[in-house]
Write a protein that binds this ligand. Structure first.
Ligand SMILES: [Zn+2]
Length: 68
């Protein structure tokens, strides 16, 4: 199922700790209120590419899609 796979992907890359999205690769985090800003990964982060700059946005899209 497509949604489950999207969530699994998101979950492999991010976790939510105390209301902040945390990159599982570099452990940098971003608060929900900063969701419109680009995520600041560490210089050494392996997933620091264009697709991984907006964790909250990605999650929002997945959940919107899941709701139908
Ligand atoms: Zn990172």
């Amino acid at each position: 199922m497509e949604i489950e796979r999207s969530i699994e992907k998101w979950n492999a890359r991010w976790m939510i700790v105390s209301g902040r999205a945390v990159c599982t690769s570099c452990m940098e985090s971003q608060a929900l209120e900063d969701c419109e800003k680009a995520f600041c990964h560490a210089d050494t982060c392996a997933v620091s590419n264009q697709e991984s700059k907006h964790p909250w946005g990605s999650l929002h899209v997945i959940l919107d899609y899941a709701r139908g």
